[in-house]
Design a protein around this ligand. Structure first.
Ligand code: ATP
Ligand code: MG
Length: 422
């Protein structure tokens, strides 16, 4: 993509209300646009990052479940059936907007914040014989929650993207097996996203669910909204909201040895047990034709929150620093504003391919602006073309993160850059 054609431009000024680092950087660089508190548009650059995160998640979750897409709207009866209509305080609903519309119909719908209540009746519709089990279904979809504090940019949206997986079993043992498989998939996903070293499997309370424990995946982050206790020796953590010194004792850990840190919850897995299947009367018939209650699990990953977490984790004073696997483009070609540089930039762009490059082909931007924009946007590799590099028939290859020392590469050998960086 050429910067002269890219829909967005970088900006220096953003609203004083924007508090979080991730929103500040993502808005300035042109990844997202704030519609209102907790509600953002993903712009072309931002969409590319979201797609990259989603595809890392899909590769792993496709191995354990089938993808579908559930509706965002549901009837209120679905939520009454599980007694969650009144217990979920962030639940949002729609109403006809004006008098004229109300006169025609006053039906109110729920904007789904999660989908246990929706998928359980759907699963029951298709699968009721023991031969049909186990199975798991997932989606990547927009969720709605009326979050009271929506000041953390993508870390806490009122509308946000989640991957949610639901599993269905004929026994607790089978649920537990699958739960461990899903937990392992999650570990792989956070590794692949580049935050594995700082993401801890964290013991937490069951939250809205009846199970006594669930596992959160918490990424250590100063601006994170949670506090966790790290047990680095055993590579596990405890959420502050759940872990008391008594709990720790039961788990055989010395509370005083744990390190207290701030973290952001990037995923959460729950053994739901039979809570929803009992409430919604979901049973399967076994080999003797007896009716038994179904066992369930639910497994979420915060796709859009992850984008914010990755920004906050790696950003420096100059801007965003993307890990290459989620970066919108691998290369940012900085051709300093003169005809010969831009012409050589065009050749490099052709050689590396439009899909891999953001090419600053602007003729009017100053050298300072070009470097500042490249640092702000945060593509992993910067390729500089200037009068000096062209004197050597070369480009200069620079790492945005400082991961490698910059080096010169001959113009007719730019195709080898990827191999040299591998
Ligand atoms: P939190 O405690 O942060 O409010 P939660 O425990 O209510 O989150 P879950 O229901 O477990 O969230 O949702 C699964 C995942 O979705 C979370 O682990 C998180 O990564 C993401 N998520 C939840 N709420 C939000 C939100 N308001 N904005 C962005 N991502 C969110
Ligand atoms: Mg959670």
């Amino acid at each position: 993509m050429k910067l002269s054609k890219l829909f967005t431009k970088t900006s220096k000024n953003i609203s004083a209300q924007t508090e979080s680092i991730n929103a500040k950087l993502l808005i300035r660089a042109g990844y997202i646009y704030q519609e209102m508190a907790g509600v953002y548009a993903f712009l072309p650059l931002g969409m590319r990052v979201i797609k990259n995160i989603e595809s890392i998640v899909r590769v792993e979750i496709d191995k354990i479940g089938e993808e579908l897409l559930l509706p965002s709207l549901s009837g209120r009866d679905r939520w009454h059936a599980t007694n969650r209509h009144d217990s979920i305080d962030v639940l949002m609903s729609t109403k006809p907007a004006n008098e004229k519309a109300l006169a025609k119909s006053n039906t109110e719908y729920i904007l789904n914040p999660t989908h246990e209540d929706i998928i359980t009746p759907l699963a029951k519709h298709f699968r009721t014989s023991y031969k049909d089990f186990p199975f798991a279904l997932y989606q990547i979809q927009t969720k709605f929650r009326n979050e009271p504090r929506a000041k953390s940019g993508l870390l806490r949206g009122r509308e946000f993207i989640m991957k949610d997986l639901y599993s269905f079993h004929t026994s607790e043992a089978d649920l537990n097996d699958f739960y461990e498989t899903a937990k392992a998939s999650y570990v792989t996903i956070y590794d692949k996203l580049g935050i594995g070293d700082d993401t801890y499997v964290t013991l937490a309370s069951g939250g809205d669910f009846t199970s006594s424990y669930s596992h959160e995946f918490q990424t250590v982050l100063e601006s994170g909204e949670d506090t966790i206790y790290l047990d680095k020796k055993n590579n596990i953590a405890y959420n502050k909201e759940v872990a008391t010194p008594e709990d720790a004792k039961k788990l055989g850990v010395n509370f005083d040895e744990l390190e207290q840190v701030r973290a952001s919850e990037v995923g959460n897995i729950f053994p739901l047990g039979t809570k929803f299947s009992e409430l919604l009367d979901y049973k399967y018939s076994d080999a003797e034709n007896a009716q038994n209650v179904v066992w369930m699990g639910s497994y979420g990953i915060g796709i859009s929150r992850l984008m914010g977490v990755i920004v906050e984790k790696f950003a420096d004073e100059k801007g965003i620093v993307w890990p290459s696997q989620v970066a919108p483009y691998q290369y940012h070609i900085i051709a300093l504003s003169d005809e010969a540089n831009i012409k050589a930039g065009e050749d490099v762009y052709q050689a590396l391919g439009a899909e891999a490059c953001l090419f600053d082909d602007r003729t009017s931007a100053s050298t300072g602006e070009k470097f500042a924009d490249a640092d702000l946007i945060g593509c992993p590799v910067q390729i500089v073309i200037s009068r000096q590099t062209l004197e050597q028939d070369s480009v200069e290859v620079i790492s945005r993160s400082g991961k490698f020392d910059s080096f010169m590469c001959r113009l007719d050998e730019v195709e080898t850059i990827a191999a040299r960086l591998a």
